[in-house]
Design a binder for this molecule. Sequence first.
Ligand code: NAD
Length: 396
Amino acid sequence: MRIAIIGQGYVGLTIAVGAAGAGHSVVGFDLNNDLITQLNAGHSHIEGISDADLADVIANKSYEASSDASVLAGSDVVVIAVPTPLDGQRNPDLSFVHAATDLISKHVKSPALIVNESTSYPGTLRNEIAVRIAGVDHLYASSPERVDPGNAQWGTKNTPRLIGGLTPAAVAKAKEFYGSFCDSIIEVSSPEVAEAAKIFENTFRQVNIALVNEFAQIADALGISGREVLDAAATKPYGFMPFSPGPGVGGHCIPVDPSYLAHVANQVGVPATFIKRANEVNLAMPAYVVKRVVAGNGGSIKGKKVLVIGVSYKSNVADTRETPAAAVVDLLREQGATVDWHDDLVGSWRGETTSPIAGADIAVVVTKHDGVDVAAIKACGYVFDCTGTIAGVDGI
Ligand SMILES: NC(=O)c1ccc[n+]([C@@H]2O[C@H](COP(=O)([O-])OP(=O)(O)OC[C@H]3O[C@@H](n4cnc5c(N)ncnc54)[C@H](O)[C@@H]3O)[C@@H](O)[C@H]2O)c1
């Protein structure tokens, strides 16, 4: 099949390479010209796709990147994989989805399967995509992406894929396409079910992470180790699922998607109380971390040299979107400390660059990538570990 993927970020490039590897002819469309040049030169910008993977599909001519929207014409399948962020009021911002939809409307004039993989609230495919594209008899399906960047065990091929279509023909075509590179396809009764399942999955994580974050604070105040309690609870073989406390949540998904669910909940008159409270707890974690660091240093860190280790939102990825490290750094500076950060994967961030791990009075480990020099971290005067992976130091 001739496939066009709109958006060549974490999701779009992953699907593009998966589909190209299955023998489809894939064009990855993105508005970012620099990214297109980089991709066509065989350089991947995401952790899950290696340069070698990309070079393979370029060499056998099954993949090409382009910033020319006319490449969308004549596609059998068009996949939308664009950002779905929050606006300044933390409401859904569907402007990227609308822009992608308008491009389809303008360029795809013969019937195709239009699939939305961008995460959004139930009703998006039907009301924000299909109704905006008039005059061509397209098929429409929703297949929310579940990629977990950096996860070596679960990828596009072996993570079960949900599909909901506006018509049985759309479901059949979507099954044919995804079945060519995904092991397991799960058909649900409507696109709304598929859309809702995706945001509920991430809401489930957000709420449970908030619960363990709150519990970590209770345990510390009680003078017991929250992590030891969680490990003990996790020995129960049924009815319990472990989550880890941390400095807050980051990335494009967990801090964002639940607010899409809260938005539609409010529209239908149901207060999304868990989501609101979970947001509050998670967003307050950087302040809790800094409070503990100050307390661990005799009540003041004024004038201290502090190094924040790991500024991406999770280990072994370079993604700094919504990272709690930003608030941790800012709040430490508000306390009068001189704050630098170390993250070799990120390199540069917010106009600053990574610093070596040496000579700090205080190290605050927000994210720990494989291979980071733990001995050098431990050589700092005081260490606060948010990851629960460094023995014998303070932390959550
Ligand atoms: N990153 C993840 O782990 C993940 C996992 C599952 C689902 N999702 C969801 O998938 C969607 C995409 O996320 P992502 O992480 O791939 O985003 P991303 O920011 O990595 O990539 C999006 C790409 O879309 C491009 N783009 C924006 N508007 C465009 C347009 N009109 N036409 C063409 N290209 C356009 C951007 O230039 C960018 O390269 C979001 O809805 C996200 O919530 C992300």
